[in-house]
Design a binder for this molecule. Structure first.
Ligand code: ATP
Ligand code: MG
Length: 349
């Protein structure tokens, strides 16, 4: 059975990668009870891990408990043991989310984030750039494929598997490993100029610039991936994440999101092979927008409660919640609308 895998990345910080990862993974797991759903948290801030493990202080406590095991049940434990060639069983590193947060379904698992990812990054780079020992030895490929190998594995051979990979905005070695782990790339953007600018960066970093840089061109991630013929993820969706703080006038928002789509579409026209193939080739920008973009609404107070208490939108059934001693109201209408947007998005995956 072929696994599915989605990596959520944009080299712009704070666009909603972790929030979106939390909501889509939890709703996806609910809507696909026949599949095992695994979230891999490749961001040292471990935000999505904490949300999944109960949010707020509970999430923090649960994260801490993973370090008490003999080997850390985190991405760092998994990566370190993979490099040491330990005979690895992914299940030894996964957290069953339901056991920590009963509001989430039993088919949802986490390979937790870990702050030490930042500390091992220089060591990973050193390993990747080591001189090969023989003509068959490819240290760069070995290190960069650690997560790709995992996302091609079923954790239970009888059940199909879907992976979601949350990332850090930087293009560090662990982000490169995360990007290669996904068959499909979901790109969250906000409607602001820096988000639009980041689209160019995303293409340059993953696929390389049109002309090779004279000095370091051949050392880039893009050149190595080409040389070693490693498969990259295909862009599946541009996720317009619309928060209140930058909503502004509706028509200003629309102008910026149209510009983001235009930029993506012009990449599509030059390189349709970098995008997931959805039916026949797209003929104009409107069709491109329909097929390759999706707009997420502002989660408002429902989003604050969800992240703070690790509650998926589907399980939010109260009108009032307490967050750090403050009372927060969540209207049913708002909750329902947020849930509906996520469900519609998940149905497209
Ligand atoms: N649709 C939304 N509605 C309301 N708030 C949102 C929405 N999406 C994200 N946020 C808020 O925006 C902030 C940044 O989101 P998040 O941490 O998910 O971004 P990120 O891309 O993962 O950031 P980083 O680059 O630091 O990893 C958070 O406070 C989150 O609650
Ligand atoms: Mg994040």
């Amino acid at each position: 059975m072929e696994t599915k895998s989605y990596v959520i990345w944009n080299n712009k910080g704070g666009v909603g990668k972790s929030t979106i990862s939390f909501h889509i993974a939890s709703v996806y797991a609910e809507m696909n009870p026949d599949r095992d759903v695994i979230v891999i948290d490749m961001c040292p801030q471990a935000n999505v891990s904490m949300m999944l493990m109960g949010g707020g202080q509970t999430g923090e406590r649960n994260l801490q408990s993973l370090f008490d095991d003999t080997f850390p049940k985190t991405v760092v434990g998994y990566i370190a043991d993979s490099i040491e060639n330990v005979d690895i069983n992914p299940n030894d590193y996964l957290v069953s989310i339901h056991e920590m947060n009963e509001k989430l379904p039993t088919n949802l698992y986490l390979l937790s984030g870990d702050g030490n990812l930042e500390l091992i990054a220089p060591l990973l780079s050193e390993r990747a750039d080591a001189k090969p020992l023989s003509s068959k030895d490819r240290p760069w490929v070995k290190v960069h494929s650690i997560l790709k190998t995992l996302t091609e594995t079923q954790i239970d051979e009888k059940r199909p598997c879907t992976y979601f990979v949350d990332t850090n905005p930087s293009f560090s070695i662990y982000t490169q490993m995360a990007i290669l782990a996904g068959k499909e790339l979901l790109v969250p953007i906000n409607a602001d100029d820096s988000s639009i600018f980041a689209i160019t960066g995303l293409f340059n970093l993953i696929w390389g610039t049109e002309t090779l840089h004279p000095f370091y061109g051949k050392y880039t991630f893009a050149s190595k991936v080409d040389n070693f013929e490693i498969e990259r993820p295909k862009i599946a969706l541009l996720l317009g994440n619309r928060f209140t703080q930058q909503k502004g006038a509706a028509h200003a928002f629309k102008a910026l999101s149209t510009e983001a789509t235009r930029k993506m579409y012009s990449e599509y026209q030059k390189h349709p092979d970098r995008f997931k193939q959805i039916g026949s080739i797209v003929k104009d920008q409107n069709e491109f927008e329909t097929k390759y973009s999706s707009e997420l609404r502002d989660f408002n107070s429902a989003g604050v409660v969800a992240a703070n208490q690790g509650i998926p939108l589907s399980k939010m059934d109260k009108y009032v919640y307490t967050v750090y001693n403050e009372t927060i109201q969540v209207s049913k209408e708002q909750r329902e609308k947020c849930k509906e947007t996520i469900e519609q998005l998940v149905q497209r995956l």
